[in-house]
Ligand binder design. Structure first.
Ligand code: ATP
Ligand code: MG
Ligand code: FE
Length: 337
């Protein structure tokens, strides 16, 4: 089964062709990060215009790279949420147009399911599975009793993990998005202080990162007032330690309560080297559970992951008509399409 997938929920315009949910035949990604950097975040209007400009080129490129003709395809998968409405609309229009032109069925895909399904590019997922979904907009522990079934055990009450990296990056004058750079700085630094890890003792699986953000901001302002210089690498190290501790701690608690066969690390923050390692170390105590981090090249936004999740819906006969609309606030609890 060959699925062509469209992704345009944020600042990546991407089209991919994926076979049977795990074999990537092509994955063309155009990123517009440079256009948003001077604003320190995504500007919705700018993002939509970029998507419009890039979508046909990315589509041609995906077909070219895969050496696949439209009549060899079985379905068109597309992200319909969550994300920016103006951005989502471009991918959705592209997908609908392509489906209509080539008489293909449309598969609606939840972007977050896509992040998780990208684990298939590492190895097959065994169920039940638990996923830690950490991205720019979301931080959730998701239990999957079966393929394509999602139950949110806990989520962030304020900032997402990736968002906290980006906000601290902004404080330190780093370019957006700052996750990768803070990751590298943290490696060079040593933690001279310990920031609080929120909610470690609470009886739930939720996260909170705004207290940590405030603690770091206060620390920096305090140092500035006293005219002390800060070693930013050390600061990055202490900040990252706190984020990783919080994520690993909640995950450990969930695994102890819900024994699973696979544990998936997914979303843009899954690229974080310290998080990947700390989870691997923690998982030693869960010998029945296989660790499946999404390969770094597929952890950020891309259409291949939408093709992977699209195949799950294809197997479950989840299709949509040409009246499919965007759902910018889509999450797992709100019900699958
Ligand atoms: P969502 O998926 O919730 O809609 P999004 O699609 O914008 O949000 P992703 O593209 O999945 O988010 O992830 C981007 C985030 O990942 C950014 O916040 C970025 O800083 C973060 N990130 C990328 N690499 C790293 C890294 N090595 N360490 C920490 N964070 C990282
Ligand atoms: Mg992105
Ligand atoms: Fe994403």
């Amino acid at each position: 089964t060959k699925i062509i997938a469209f992704e345009s929920s944020a600042d990546e315009t991407s089209v991919a062709i994926v076979e049977d949910g795990h074999k990537v035949l092509s994955n063309s990604v155009a990123t517009q990060i440079n256009s948003h950097q001077r604003f320190g975040g995504i500007v919705p209007e700018v993002a939509s215009r970029h998507h419009i400009e890039w979508i046909s080129r990315v589509l041609d490129d995906a077909l070219d790279q895969a050496q696949v003709k439209p009549d060899e395809l079985d379905a068109v998968a597309v992200t319909y949420g969550p994300g920016l409405v103006g951005s989502l609309l471009v991918g959705l229009m592209g997908a609908k147009t392509f489906a209509l032109a080539h008489d293909l069925p449309i598969i609606p895909v939840n972007h977050l399911a896509g992040h998780i399904a990208a684990a298939n590019f590492n190895q097959p997922i065994q169920y039940p599975a638990l996923a830690l979904m950490v991205s720019g907009g979301h931080t959730e522990l998701v239990l999957m009793p079966k393929q394509n079934q999602f139950q949110v055990l806990g989520e962030t009450r304020d900032d997402a993990a990736g968002e906290s990296f980006d906000k601290i990056g902004r404080l330190l004058g780093l370019a957006y998005p700052a996750g990768k750079e803070i990751d590298e700085m943290a490696h060079r630094g040593t933690a001279q202080m310990k920031f609080p890890t929120a909610m470690a003792h609470e009886d739930n699986y939720d996260f909170s990162f705004s207290g940590l953000k405030s603690a770091v901001i206060n620390y920096v302002h305090h140092a500035q007032q006293k005219n002390e210089t800060i070693d930013v690498d050390d600061l990055a190290c202490a900040f990252q330690n706190a984020v990783v501790d919080a994520l690993v701690g909640r995950t450990q608690k969930a695994l102890a309560h819900y024994p699973v066969r696979s544990f998936i690390l997914a979303g843009g923050v899954a690229a974080n080297s310290q998080l990947r390692e700390a989870l691997q170390t923690m998982l030693v105590e869960f010998s029945e559970t296989t660790y499946i981090p999404v390969p770094i090249q597929y952890s950020g936004d891309n259409a291949a992951m939408i093709g992977a999740a699209g195949f799950w819906n294809y197997q479950d006969h989840v299709f949509a008509g040409l009246d499919l609309n965007t759902n910018p606030g889509l999450d797992f609890e709100l019900g699958e399409f």
